[in-house]
Design a protein around this ligand. Structure first.
Ligand code: KIV
Ligand code: ZN
Length: 492
């Protein structure tokens, strides 16, 4: 059967070359972005429920007397309906779900030194599936044969999420992208074209009119191949807002289903995001039929804050990467966005489909694959994210972790709280560690050990269990737990 036969909107399908997707093509399932429509439904129903039944069907003659009669007749009914609907009004509205679009395998891979082989991309894609991301952008198929094959492999094997492939707005790119994802259970073609004057003039050397025409043609071609089409106006945050609106309106008319607004060079600040998203929602015809997405780079360290501002203004898809890897200073970090919304659900009442316990394993797997270590103080997944060295903090955490931890290590799949012994540590953490090592100290011995420990910590960055034992002239006790604990470094 030809793909055209089963395409939901019945558009023209291009005849593909030998070995391309036309042969044995399995058509995509429909992925209909309806979250925004869905979230408005209850409100509309509620308003209609507030109207007295009879006003819905009656036509009213337009004379003042009839109007007065109607007001007198129906106002009490409306008031009474409002009153009886109050409990429903006070019930919490369903929280909007934010789609997580992971671009670790595409934008992340574009970080210097982060390129991945087909096998590595596949194993990361399987982990992203376990993590629960909604969309995996698996690569940029026109870029190389390796990238094409990686996208194809991910599309064939990872069946739950949408699999997206990136394409510039040219027929060759769009067709290559489709050939790579066409066997996915849920394929998406992601087209992009620059909209800022600086990119149009110096990089593409085309006019605004040509850009509109090129985007229109590419999105139409993509739509003829695949129902799910995303469009990104590159460098949107440095473009004129009117032209951005014109571009977005053009590609929506051409069939785009997701409009992703990229801050390509990490230039925007959060308040600008509010304005951009609100302006698009006010001015662009058809915007309510698509999912608005945000894609932020981290050149000023604002990628996560900007993404959250865009979500608050109405974006319902967020593009991000594990560990925040990506071009230059990276992309918005997936784990930070997700945990910010989860920990501060009181201020950001949104849900995601992310299995947060898979955040740390995902971070570790990626670091191993790209050979790019996670900075120790990285939020959520860094080695120090749940480590405490200062005595005051250690004391607080030992009596209740909530004193200095706003999420549990378990909630992000991290190994646990770590009490690190260093020169800022206090007596209670030291005595506790000795007890864990099977060494009971009298008060006087503990005091003496503490001062010897502080003196050592002033000279040495890392204090190991063996160091602690030698400070008190003790041996590791034979008890298995104590013996194995002693083999572990207290601080790395
Ligand atoms: O940063 C960017 O503009 C991009 C687009 C391709 C979405 O990565
Ligand atoms: Zn990017």
């Amino acid at each position: 059967m030809l793909a055209t036969d089963r395409h939901p909107e019945g558009p023209r399908f291009h005849q593909r070359s030998e070995g391309s997707c036309a042969e044995g093509y399995e058509p995509p399932h429909l992925v209909i972005p309806s979250s925004s429509k869905r979230s408005r439904e209850p409100r509309r129903n509620l308003l209609s429920a507030l109207m007295p039944q009879s006003t819905k069907s009656h036509h009213i003659t337009i004379t003042n007397i009839t109007k007065i009669i109607i007001i007198l007749r129906y106002v009490p009914a409306v008031v009474s309906n409002v009153y009886s609907a109050l409990p429903a009004l006070m019930e919490p509205m369903a929280k909007p779900n934010i789609k997580v679009f992971d671009t670790t395998l595409r934008d992340g891979e574009q970080s210097p030194g982060c390129s991945m082989t087909v096998t590595e991309k596949l194993s990361m894609a399987r982990q992203l599936d376990r993590l629960g991301v909604d969309i995996i952008e698996a690569g940029f198929p026109i870029a190389s044969l390796g990238d094409f094959e990686a996208v194809q492999a991910v599309a064939r094997e990872v069946r739950r999420p949408v699999i997206a492939a990136l394409a510039r707005c040219t027929p060759g790119d769009v067709e290559r992208a489709f050939d790579a994802v066409c066997r996915a259970a849920h394929p998406r073609i992601h087209c992009f074209l620059a909209v800022s004057d600086i990119h149009l003039e110096y990089k593409l050397k085309i006019s605004r009119e040509s850009a509109l025409a090129q985007a229109n043609a590419a999105v139409k071609l993509a739509k003829s191949l695949c129902w799910d089409v995303e469009f990104s106006p590159e460098d949107a945050t440095r473009a004129g807002l009117d032209f951005l609106c014109a571009m977005v309106e053009t590609v929506i008319a051409a069939g785009a289903t997701t409009i992703n607004i990229p801050d390509t060079v990490g230039y925007a600040v959060p308040t600008e995001w509010t304005n951009i998203i609100q302006t698009l929602r006010k001015q662009v015809k058809g915007i309510e039929t698509v999912t608005i997405s945000v894609h932020c780079h981290n050149d000023l360290g604002l990628a996560v804050a900007n993404s959250l501002a865009a979500i608050e203004a109405g974006a319902r898809q967020v593009e991000c990467t594990v560990n925040g890897i990506g071009e230059r200073a990276g992309n918005a970090a997936l784990e930070e966005i997700v945990m910010a919304m989860r920990v501060r659900g009181d201020r950001m009442p949104y849900t995601t489909n992310i299995v947060t316990e898979e955040l740390h394993p995902s971070s570790q797997l990626l670091a191993g694959i790209v050979g790019f270590p996670v900075q120790p103080n990285k939020a959520v997944v860094g080695a120090n994210a749940f480590a405490h060295e200062a005595g005051i903090h250690q004391h607080g955490v030992m009596s209740n972790p909530l004193c200095y931890e706003i999420m549990t290590p378990q909630s992000v799949g991290a190994p646990g709280t770590r009490i690190v012994l260093g020169k800022h540590s206090g007596r209670s953490a030291l005595v506790r560690r000795y007890a864990e090592l099977g060494v009971e100290l009298s008060r006087a011995e503990a005091e003496a050990a503490y001062w010897r420990f502080i003196e050592l910590a002033d000279r040495k960055k890392n204090i190991y269990d063996m160091d602690l034992l030698s400070l008190v002239g003790a041996q590791v006790r034979p008890a298995p737990a104590a013996a194995s604990a002693a083999m572990h470094a207290v601080a790395d």
